[in-house]
Design a protein around this ligand. Structure first.
Ligand code: ADP
Ligand code: MG
Length: 720
């Protein structure tokens, strides 16, 4: 079988010389080139008049060659070609440089004095005179159909993502060549005709032509919308199919018995569950009791009590005779979960011990910094099934870890893990385990649909009642009086039994330039605070990723106890850390942090009974960074902040523009701005797959999906 035109190597279609520089940009096939979408449309309108050439603008002028001289440069090695073109009244200079005369001979010949041409380039100024350096040009005498050439130049022109070696007009040229040969049947059609009609979309071929060679701005917009829909539709089909495949798997049901460890735990809970915790708890309980492996995302506001929901799910699995694993992204968090789960369970975590309960199970901790002997003992409990709940870091994913009967994998703060890691444990046993992934970074619905389209989503909107207020202030670090007042406030909080976090963007300023620029680091800030008169007599600790696990543990323990009530840290404390006494969060150089990151940091305070205060230091008055800090100070609603964050980011950042395959083309889709397109595509994909699960009616779509699944181009799902 011959290779379809769409998949043919470019060099075979446009020649090796033209194809070579494009290959350097990763454009190897006809499809690569046609999927290299223009960034925007440049409206050239009429030709620019020579009398009116704004410096910096890309212009096209129609003019006659008046003079052209090729000469050797005196000052540096090389040759220069200077030409003057005119519209009869005004003149414009063209300049070309080259190392050797030979390189410019062709240009010199084509720029015959007296002939007329079209010149496209960016206007620059040299010694007070306007000029075009290295313009792209076409002499009308060389063109068969003058009128057609002029008309083409009048149409809006697509501007491509380009490089210095491959300017946008070169890409245009290659695209033109390909489009002249391209037939409608060459372009895969991934959207069923009925859907195209209902959504008012162009045909697949017409859309590509309309994007690269638009007849009008409307045509370009229509083409763009069509291609966006196609992309969203393929992506949603991938996700819906994955979900259906997962639903077809079977696992052991883990129903609660009603008289085991979960029931005992619920009886000793010191507070009542929130409405949300109850509702989500019921959804999860039903999932676990079923034969289909649960694949659920639990998202929630910071401090909404996700851990408790997860713990109850784990206990249900233990009650039914299985084991549960809780995967945490950092050692600090794994230790904290282990500590707090053991504490919440109390006698229920002390099997066979004096004072232990009858239904009790072992809660084990597995991290890479565990001493060998301890590690062996933990692994023994995991393998025998004695350990009902195993909390751990990445160490849990090691292949030496074999569970006797793993029924549930909980992944906390999933955005720190990749999909593959999430799945390692779940699919290792004989039957696929249930899975619950949790995120404290709220995700707008269309993002959830896009990034986690194969998961069911539960949301905890409310935080438990009675949570104290947290106020937020932006502090300009240049105002010494405000800064002093801030440290005074910290001292007051400590005196009242509170704790203070001080977060810095760096551990240590290794780079002298950074040090000169005053980028706050943990080491320097801690030293500085120790000599701050206002904080005299208050112990100041440090916590960052370069410390040993023991040292980190010690620092956390000192802070929790209150022996060292001020902790200077990096964002290691960003997720999950739960110290109810903490009342102050100081974020140094807040403008360097992401919006959801700041929200997470602020979520570390106001967890007990006392109101909290957050200080965000920033000297930015405008720009995106300043708007982030402003938004942060204005709202405490994680869902609102997540949307603002997305709006402030450039397109592509959400799903990672740098990634291959479908992701790179996804740059045309903005998860927020294009939410209607995504939601519509989702609906059509669901309908189609329900009617035609094998996609026999849309073979091009089946191919596209296979390609994504087999090349791993779907790994964009790693990006949360
Ligand atoms: P997050 O959702 O941010 O992970 P946590 O699970 O760490 O939040 O919960 C925050 C705190 O709220 C914990 O100290 C937890 O014990 C407490 N908590 C959880 N549920 C409730 C509830 N229903 N009533 C009161 N406090 C609760
Ligand atoms: Mg948490």
């Amino acid at each position: 079988m011959t290779t379809p035109f769409f998949l043919q190597p470019l060099e075979r279609v446009i020649g090796a010389r033209t194809a070579r520089p494009l290959a350097k940009m990763g454009l190897l096939t006809v499809e690569d080139l046609l999927r290299h979408y223009p960034r925007r449309l440049q409206d050239r309108g009429r030709f620019t008049q020579l009398a009116d050439l704004p410096v910096g603008d890309l212009v096209t002028v129609l003019a006659r060659v008046e003079d052209a001289q090729l000469r050797t440069m005196h000052s540096r090695r090389g040759v220069i070609l200077n030409a003057t073109i005119t519209d009869g009244t005004h003149q414009l200079r063209l300049t070309f440089f080259a190392k050797h005369e030979g390189a410019l001979m062709g240009h010199r010949k084509r720029l015959r004095v007296g002939t007329v041409g079209l010149f496209t380039g960016t206007v620059t100024e040299y010694r007070g005179e306007r000029q075009l350096a290295h313009p792209d040009f076409e002499m009308l005498a060389d063109i068969d159909d003058e009128a057609a050439a002029i008309e083409k130049r009048m149409q809006p022109m697509p501007i491509y993502p380009a490089s210095a070696a491959v300017p946008t007009w070169r890409i245009s040229g290659a695209v033109d060549t390909v489009l002249r040969i391209l037939q409608p049947a060459d372009v895969p059609d991934v959207v069923p005709a009925a859907v195209r009609v209902r959504e008012g979309l162009l045909g697949a071929h017409a859309a590509l032509v309309g994007l690269h060679d638009p007849s009008s701005e409307e045509n370009y917009g229509h083409a763009r919308r069509t291609l966006q829909f196609e992309e969203a539709f393929v992506l949603q089909s991938v996700l819906v199919r994955r979900r259906e495949e997962a639903r077809a798997q079977r696992t052991r049901p883990r129903a609660a018995t009603g008289d085991g460890i979960l029931a005992a735990f619920d009886r000793r809970l010191p507070f009542t569950l929130t409405e949300g915790q109850l509702a989500v708890g019921r959804e999860i309980a039903a999932d676990l009791a079923g034969e289909t492996p649960m694949q659920r995302l639990l998202q929630g506001e910071v401090g909404s009590g996700k851990t408790l929901v997860a713990l109850r799910a784990m206990l249900q699995v233990v009650e039914s005779g299985g084991q549960a694993a809780l995967l945490a992204p950092t050692e600090v968090l794994a230790h904290q979960h282990h500590r707090s789960i053991s504490a919440m369970l109390g006698p229920l975590a002390m099997p066979g011990m004096l004072g232990g309960a009858e239904e009790a199970t072992h809660v084990e901790l597995l991290t890479s910094s565990l001493p060998a002997k301890r590690r062996a003992a933990v692994l023994e409990g995991v393998t025998s099934g004695d350990a009902g709940i195993v909390v751990g870091t990445h160490a849990l994913l090691s292949e030496h870890v074999r569970f006797a009967d793993l029924g549930l994998v909980v992944v906390d703060e999933q955005h720190r893990f990749g999909v593959e890691q999430r799945d390692v444990l779940r699919t290792r046993g004989e039957s696929t385990a249930h899975s619950l992934v949790m995120t404290a970074t709220p995700i707008p619905r269309t993002v959830a649909m896009t990034v986690f389209g194969d998961l069911e989503v539960s949301t905890l909107w409310e935080v438990p009642p009675g949570r104290p207020d947290v106020e937020t202030f932006i502090i300009d670090p240049a105002r010494a009086a405000w800064v002093r007042r801030m440290w005074e406030r910290c001292a007051e909080e400590v005196a009242g039994g509170g704790r203070v976090y001080v977060v810095c963007p760096r551990i240590d300023a290794k780079d002298p330039a950074e040090e000169a620029a005053g980028v706050a680091s943990v080491i320097q800030t801690a030293a500085q605070l120790r000599s701050e008169p206002v904080l005299a007599g208050i112990a100041i600790g440090e916590l960052h990723g370069r410390m040993s696990m023991d040292a980190k543990d010690q620092a956390m323990a000192d802070f929790v106890r209150g022996d060292v009530p001020v902790l200077v840290a990096t964002t290691v404390i960003e997720v999950g850390v739960d110290v109810p006494e903490a009342t102050v969060m100081v974020i140094l150089e807040a403008d360097r942090f992401g919006l959801s990151q700041m929200h997470q940091l602020r979520g570390r305070i106001g967890r007990g009974t006392r109101p909290g205060v957050c200080f965000a230091l920033s000297d930015r008055l405008d720009g995106v960074a300043a708007r982030r800090v402003d938004a942060f100070a204005t709202s405490r609603d994680g869902f609102v902040l997540a949307e603002t964050d997305l709006e402030l980011r450039r397109e592509g950042d959400v799903l990672g523009a740098a990634q291959s395959g479908i992701t790179s083309s996804l740059a045309t889709l903005r998860v927020l701005a294009d939410r209607d397109i995504i939601a519509g595509a989702r609906q059509h994909a669901e309908e189609l797959l329900r009617r035609d699960p094998a996609l026999t009616g849309v073979p091009d779509l089946a191919d596209a999906i296979d390609r994504i699944e087999s090349t791993g181009a779907g790994d964009f799902l790693d990006r949360a």
